[in-house]
Design a protein around this ligand. Structure first.
Ligand code: NAD
Ligand code: UFG
Length: 333
């Protein structure tokens, strides 16, 4: 029996493939390479010694998706594939709704047609909107502020409704906080196209001299130093969270977990840690607040600890060190 990893050549997907392969699971990757590169399959092989089967397939291509299920005995699906840039989603809402939602519906259709009823879905802390308090627990009210976030919330609802209608399904909704860092080999990591939206890939490109300075989006938030506070989680820990989540799929129905560390760092603290650990300077300027940003967002991860036995282990220094190693080895440009 195999596990299908949609979006498996992407940032979090590739680390999850490595984790699963090392734990002895048979992994199949489906990815349309819209935001990743085919070479990632080579890197996964270099790291693990095993080459996963790879389908260059778009979830919007129904025939192509069907073929993946026809040709393999897929027991469960880890569903990472999706578009994820918040700003772009505001400019291209229809493309985001089509890609993320129709892609997921096509996937569910093929799962049903092939008696596959277990799915882990990559959701996001963005579904909590602007939380009234932190740390955030899974039962906090849900809302969204952009089309990307709305696709995550809709897909959560679709999967919940599916479980009500069809009691053969088991679904894990994993709400990630802010994944950063990379595999210790430096071969795989966060490699967005164009100018990065997220903090860490922006910092690594400033460190490399590709971008002149970091814009710190606001220093007048109600936080300890005025800059935004987030729950940064090492992508290696996040990947391992998916392995732990496989356990809960033994029980039918919907299971929801925050995957975060439970501790927040400010933008200035991230810069300080990156500079100290890697001995590089990150020039920055204070820029206006970015539209839609919130002051503070960090998880209460105790449900995942209690029910899945999963806990983030790696610290900020490790995240900064591995992100920089990946950037230095990256042959993108
Ligand atoms: P990523 O862009 O690196 O990976 C997503 C992969 O999906 C890419 O390789 C892309 O080519 C592929 N893809 C997109 N649409 C597809 C389609 N229609 N068919 C086939 N493949 C398709 O992103 P990531 O950071 O690894 O994120 C993985 C998942 O986690 C996404 O669903 C994202 O929304 C979610 N998530 C990410 C973060 C984060 O900060 N990185 C936070 C919360 C949630
Ligand atoms: N920031 C800067 N300068 C930058 C980029 C970011 O100061 O160039 C700041 C932001 O204002 C924020 C913090 O760094 O305070 C983190 O910003 P990111 O863009 O890295 O992450 P967000 O918390 O805004 O959003 C991320 C993902 C979302 C996801 C959310 C919660 O991009 O998709 O985490 O999981 F929904």
């Amino acid at each position: 029996m195999s596990i299908l990893i949609t979006g498996g050549t992407g940032y979090i997907g590739s680390h999850t493939c490595v984790d699963f392969i090392k734990k002895g699971l048979d992994v199949i990757i489906l990815d349309n390479l819209s935001n990743s590169r085919a070479e990632v399959v080579d890197y996964i092989e270099q790291i693990t010694g095993i080459r996963p089967k790879f389908y260059h397939t778009d979830l919007l291509d129904r025939e192509g998706t069907k073929k993946v299920f026809d040709e393999n005995d897929i027991e469960s699906v880890i569903h990472f594939a999706g578009l994820k840039a918040v700003g772009e989603s505001v400019l291209k809402p229809v493309e985001y709704y089509r890609n993320n939602i129709v892609g997921t519906l096509n996937l569910i259709d093929e799962m049903r047609a092939h008696n596959c009823f277990k799915i882990v879905f990559s959701s996001s802390a963005t579904v909590y909107g602007k939380p009234k308090t932190v740390p955030i627990k899974e039962d906090f009210p849900l809302s969204t502020t952009n089309p990307y976030g709305t696709t995550k919330l809709f897909i959560e609802r679709i999967l919940e409704d599916l479980c009500v209608a069809d009691d053969r399904f088991s679904v894990a909704l994993l709400r990630y906080f802010n994944p950063i860092g990379a595999h210790e080999s430096g071969l795989i990591g966060d490699d967005p196209n164009g100018i990065p939206n997220n903090l860490m890939p922006y910092i690594t490109r400033v460190a490399k001299g590709v971008l002149p300075h970091l814009n710190v989006f606001g220093n007048d938030y109600e936080t300890r130093d005025g800059t935004g506070v987030r729950d940064y989680i090492h992508v290696i820990d996040l990947a391992a969270g998916h392995y732990s989540a496989l356990k809960c799929l033994e029980e039918k129905g919907v299971h929801i977990y925050n995957l975060g560390t439970g501790r927040g760092y400010s933008v200035l603290e991230i810069i300080e840690a990156f500079e100290r650990v890697n001995n590089v300077k990150i020039p920055y300027i204070i820029a206006p607040r970015r539209a839609g940003d919130i002051a503070e967002c960090y998880a209460d991860p105790s449900k995942a600890a209690y029910e899945l036995g999963w806990k983030a282990e790696l610290g900020l220094d490790d995240m900064c060190r591995s992100a920089w190693k990946f950037e230095q080895l990256n042959t993108r440009k």
